[in-house]
Design a protein around this ligand. Structure first.
Ligand code: NAP
Length: 331
């Protein structure tokens, strides 16, 4: 089969479109013909060797995958060849979660093998491209906001980097949950698009102090929940933006993973700092977002599609922070 594989860590140039032996399935696995694989920031970190999740080389990335089951192992009875599926990338093991596209070869290829239990059927009305956007970004948003953040209807939520794959999902899911959403991004152009996703207020964090803007928008009250993918560079402003008993969801660290931590405000204002890792999310989160997409209540945002062979250009788009929402590869 054709696949995008890298043999060393580095810039996008290490991505090679090459012939790779077809995966051979075990008795409890299925072989999936990949129709769409969505990109994540995680793919860039893995390729550059900067991910805290180590991978063996050579490697085929691609965590977000949708396609058709082509063949099943001899113990597999509940998934049939021909079934349209999205892959839940988290393989539960006694040692903790292992991830398709990280610990195993992923979906930047014509075929991928996964445990049968990880192949989740999708209805006809959900396209392969839309389905491929769901397992990481939409599940992270659901798991973060509801399971970790206990977000309630009527609360105010601040979503950072709302033009990212995960941010564009979080805006929609927070609105679906009945929140008032303040969204930030790095350009007015992205913010115009974020408004169309339902954000109630927007702030350009490159031209404005977002903590001041949050204060103005909330009339000094602050927000209940922050969905943060940026981290250290905005930590102080995040603390200033939270109301009493507010919760901050730490999702990503594109702006740095270390800072000094003043316990004072956290203690005296009863704040909660919560980590979020999608690989701990229950499978039901993925089912929920698939159902909402099939009902038209969530609309995955796809900026651009590329053929598999152009994976390097696709990753470059993410690296340049130019995309809005998701980028999808089609083998
Ligand atoms: N914890 C989890 O389970 C989980 C799950 C999914 C994603 N994540 C994390 O969430 C973050 C976003 O992932 P994604 O795939 O949604 O990302 P993405 O689509 O590639 O978007 C990242 C966006 O972050 C913004 N940004 C702000 N400061 C940045 C900086 N210093 N460097 C680069 N970008 C910066 C940029 O938007 P502007 O131009 O608008 O600033 C950029 O487009 C990543 O850190 C990822 O690892 C974590």
């Amino acid at each position: 089969m054709k696949a995008i594989r890298f043999h060393e860590f580095g810039e996008v140039e290490v991505l090679k479109y090459e012939d790779v032996p077809d995966p051979v399935i075990g008795d409890d696995e299925v072989l999936v013909r990949v129709k769409a694989a969505a990109l994540n920031h995680l793919d860039l970190r893995i390729r550059s060797g900067k991910s805290p999740r180590p991978v063996d080389l050579p490697h085929i990335g691609g965590v977000d995958i949708a396609g058709d089951v082509e063949a099943v192992g001899k113990n597999v009875t509940d998934v049939k060849p021909g079934t349209k599926v999205v892959i839940d990338p988290t393989v539960k093991t006694p040692k903790g979660p292992m991830v398709v596209g990280v610990n195993f070869y992923g979906g930047f290829a014509e075929y991928v093998k996964v445990p049968a239990v990880n192949a989740v059927p999708i209805p006809d009305e959900v396209s392969y491209d839309d389905a491929a956007t769901l397992p990481i970004c939409y599940v992270t948003a659901w798991y973060g906001l509801f399971d970790r953040g206990n977000m309630q209807k009527g609360e105010t939520v601040l979503v950072h980097a709302a033009g990212s794959g995960t941010g564009s999902a979080a805006v929609q899911i927070a609105k679906e949950g009945g929140a008032f959403v303040i969204a930030t991004a790095g350009s007015d152009e992205k913010l115009e698009k974020v408004k169309k996703l339902g954000a109630d207020a927007t702030v350009n964090y490159n031209t404005h102090d977002f903590a001041e803007e949050v204060k103005r928008i909330t009339e000094g009250k602050g927000v209940d929940v922050i969905f943060d993918q940026i981290g250290a560079s905005i930590w102080e402003n995040n603390l200033k933006s939270l109301k009493m008993q507010g919760r901050i969801l730490l999702v990503g660290v594109v702006g740095g993973g270390q800072t000094t931590f003043n316990f004072g405000p956290v203690i005296v204002r009863d704040l909660s700092v919560l980590g979020v890792t999608v690989f701990n999310a229950p499978r039901s989160n993925l089912i929920n977002v698939i159902n909402l997409v099939s009902l038209g209540r969530l609309r995955p945002v796809i900026d651009k599609r590329f053929p598999l062979s152009e994976a390097a250009s696709a990753q470059k788009l993410l690296e340049d922070r130019s995309q809005f929402g998701k980028v999808v590869l089609n083998p």
